[in-house]
Design a protein around this ligand. Sequence first.
Ligand SMILES: [Zn+2]
Length: 168
Amino acid sequence: MPIRPELRHLYRGPAWAAIRARILERAGHACERCGKPNRERLRVTRGGIWYDALASTWRNDAGEANGFNYPGITGRTVYVIRCVITIAHLDHDPHNNADANLAALCQHCHLKHDTHFHHANARRTRAAQVGQAWLSREIEEGVRPYAKKHGGSVEERVSRPFKLREER
Ligand SMILES: [Zn+2]
């Protein structure tokens, strides 16, 4: 997901460069979810499965090794990609640069982390386009207002509301 133009300044300059360097160092220059090494050319397939050449094993997107006989790997298309680790804000608030809120993630893991949030933003964008009104602020701003299976109250999920469309 590209960075919004009005937030781009947060990712420029020496302050962000220092944060980025610190988190990459903490992560050992690898994805903190799946373990892909930064800036390496890697063999990957669908679902974030990748080949760890150092350990001679396929790994899933939790970093778990599964040898050569990864379930379902046979017949899959294998792509060669260049892994680029980026720094993710776990609560989606680009102003919150606390270490615990930052993670070094590869493209696959970053996108996976952001997916629900992207869906929620898309939902608000579509609603704004048709002039939909909201029953409550919780429903309008909730990342997943109708799904509670991952726990957490509505209040927790909206405690850090992302900038809404009309605030741009
Ligand atoms: Zn990853």
